[in-house]
Ligand binder design. Structure first.
Ligand code: GCW
Length: 645
């Protein structure tokens, strides 16, 4: 096999509870049968030899699988005499089996569990292109597409297993920037291949989603418009959907990036985003389909002299006024921050504004701006912060977690042996699944569990791995862009430092530093972005003193000698962070080195190599950002450390 099984590579256990010797019950659905298979093979890998007594009650301690019919996701795993009873629908049995196996692997005797997922849609978005490349992919090529066509292989199945094992139930297999052969996914040219993928995913309770191009009626249908209110256009979509949904079981709907970064959309025809989304919603609704409509709509050709246009404002400006105008089967897909997956951004205000429209929160585990899976950056603590964020809106629906209806993440996978390029990045895949099931899950506990499942239960290994993962986001933040300002990376690649790179580009992501001041003023005297939040939050962000320091330069333009709460100047804080960030990364790398004789040599070596690159790049970030600021300001580091003048 040319790929690893990640956390599903069950390790032999010396002691297993008596009930692992026997399994009873006879699930009838495909998912239920898959659950039984997983249970048998998982227990076998751990060293048990379970006897399977289909349907029979057993006098010896056993695991009894009780399947309910229906689509309910609720799962119950409870003690029954000396055994366990696992009850749920077919897909829930899968969740329960994986939960049981995970906890047995962790050495827990009676992992009782009564749970249901917080959201009905918990999915991964792949930015895979039909030619096999992956936009912002950092783990090799696509395993969904090869030579211009979708492919279904053994890996597809193992991928579905991985998803189900951490509670995920959907994946969109192609890039939101739909081009090349991917356009044809809609027409049915690849019906056979798509059907195979869909069925393979379905066995593990994972739905298939596709990205489609808004102008498909022109690109594929030969029409001269894609105007959503045009009768011919509507008819084309309806017919196309009829063919596609009939041919492909388990197709859940479409994800659309419209009017964004050059993509076509309803604005081209003077129509609103709601008119565009609703037209598609009507076309998919006879098949129970859903439309995931991205809110990443902004002006990407902003002139640097224009200080009023603010990319951060765009989501709310475009979508808040349309609240309530979308069909019930439309979900607005909103990136977690108002700009674009920087290492730190405030939570998107749009998430606090929609009262009558379903929203889908979009995270990114592909580490586009967070070290590209060459740096360790465990993102789950950040996701938890975002889910816990309070909008000061309606008390009963105040936290992000309570306001959203679904959740997704841009995937970090590819066909690399270890799936995610960096072995430690698999913790983000696993963690994203667990936190989408339960937004109150503890990121530290997730890291611990992932480490034990992946590397075994040697406490020294667990302690080192979790010790590396947990602070890694702050470490990356310290040596890269300071205090929420973002955008100091190299344009195009988005990797490594180039503090003014975006300043001379057109994406509207200016940092506006000069020799006196740095940051973007987003209060009422600036772009007015702060006013998109509730009055309480607006007041907090508006005030320089009340603004959380880690977001200071996101919201404010400040002189370098501004005093931080601890008395340091803003500039000194930035210098210090960059020195400290590098030192902390070096300490993480040294900690890893100590695991040399405790891990498989290949795994150890792969991660060690990544750490080498992380340290090289962290030093570059530190030196480039500090030197650039020193040359702008000519204010030296108070501690006299080496800055390259
Ligand atoms: O972050 C930007 C990326 C683009 C991406 C876009 C998006 C898929 O640089 O590569 O396009 O976001 O989210 O649509």
């Amino acid at each position: 096999m040319d790929y690893s099984l990640l956390w599903l590579d069950w390790k032999p256990k010396e002691v297993l509870p008596a009930y692992t010797k026997c399994i009873t019950g006879m699930p009838a659905t495909r998912q239920g049968k898959a659950a039984l298979r997983e249970l048998v093979s998982g227990l076998q890998a751990m060293g048990a030899e379970p006897e399977v007594r289909c349907g029979q009650a057993s006098s010896v301690p056993s695991i009894h699988l009780k399947e309910y019919l229906g689509k309910d996701d609720k799962v119950t795993l409870r003690r029954s005499g000396d055994g366990m009873e696992l009850a749920g629908s077919g897909t829930s049995l899968l969740y329960g089996v994986f939960h049981l196996l995970r906890h047995l692997a962790m050495g827990e005797e009676f992992p009782q569990w009564e749970s249901a997922p917080a959201y009905p849609i918990r999915m991964l978005d792949h930015w895979d292109n039909a030619d096999g490349s992956i936009e912002r992919g950092y783990a090799g090529l696509s395993f969904f597409f090869r030579d211009g066509k979708p492919v279904c292989t053994e890996r597809t199945r193992d991928y579905a297993r991985l998803l189900a094992s951490c509670g995920l139930n959907g994946c969109c297999i192609n890039n939101v920037n739909v081009h090349g052969n991917a356009l044809k996914l809609l027409t049915g040219s690849y019906k056979r291949e798509l059907k195979r993928i869909a069925l393979c995913l379905a066995e593990y309770g994972v739905s298939l989603w596709l990205c489609v191009s808004f102008s498909a009626p022109m690109e594929l249908g030969g029409l001269d418009t894609a105007d959503p209110l045009d009768g011919e256009v509507k008819r084309w979509w309806k017919e196309t959907c009829l063919h596609l949904f009939t041919a492909i079981p388990n197709l859940a709907g479409f994800l659309i990036k419209a009017d964004s970064e050059g993509r076509p959309g309803p604005h081209t025809y003077g129509r609103t985003q709601a008119e565009g989304a609703n037209m598609l919603a009507d076309a998919v609704s006879p098949f129970g389909g859903k439309i995931l409509w991205r809110c990443f709509v902004y002006n990407c050709t902003q002139d640097w002299r224009d200080t009023k246009t603010d990319r951060a404002r765009a989501q709310c400006d475009h979508f808040a006024p349309l609240d309530g105008q979308f069909r019930d089967n439309v979900y607005l897909q909103i990136k977690n921050g108002p700009v674009d997956f920087q290492i730190r951004e405030p939570v998107s205000p749009l998430l606090g504004r929609l009262e009558h429209t379903a929203s889908l929160l979009e995270f990114q585990i592909a580490q586009e701006y967070t070290g590209q899976q060459r740096h360790v950056c465990y993102l789950i603590p950040m996701f938890r912060e975002i889910l816990d964020f309070r909008f000061h809106s309606r008390p009963e629906r105040d936290r992000t977690a309570d306001r959203i209806s679904a959740v997704c993440a841009v995937s970090n996978t590819g066909n690399d042996y270890n799936w995610t390029g960096h072995d430690l990045a698999a913790a983000n895949l696993f963690g994203f699944g667990l936190i989408s099931w339960d937004p109150a899950a503890d990121p530290a506990e997730i890291a611990r569990e992932w480490s034990i499942l992946t590397f075994g239960d040697d406490p020294a290994v667990t302690e080192t791995v979790t010790g590396i993962l947990l602070p890694s986001r702050e470490v990356y933040e310290k040596y890269s862009s300071p205090l929420g300002i973002g955008w100091m990376c190299v344009p195009e690649t988005h990797y490594g430092p180039s503090p003014e790179g975006f300043e001379f580009d057109r994406w509207g992501t200016y940092i506006r530093a000069n020799h006196r001041e740095i940051g973007v003023e987003r209060g009422p005297e600036g772009t007015g972005f702060t006013e998109q939040y509730s009055p309480e939050l607006a007041a907090m962000y508006r005030g320089v003193a009340s603004c959380p320091e880690e977001l200071l330069l996101f919201f404010h333009r400040l002189p370098y000698d501004y005093r931080m709460k601890d008395g340091r100047t803003l500039l000194q804080r930035i210098y210090d962070d960059h020195f400290e960030g590098y030192e902390e990364a070096a300490a993480m790398s040294e900690a890893w080195d100590k695991l040399a004789d405790k891990l498989e040599p290949e795994v150890f070596r792969r991660v060690q190599e990544r750490f080498r690159e992380q340290l090289r790049c962290a030093a570059e970030w530190r030196d480039v950002v500090n030197t650039w600021l020193y040359r702008l300001t000519m204010i030296p580091d108070e501690k006299g450390r080496r800055i390259y003048p």
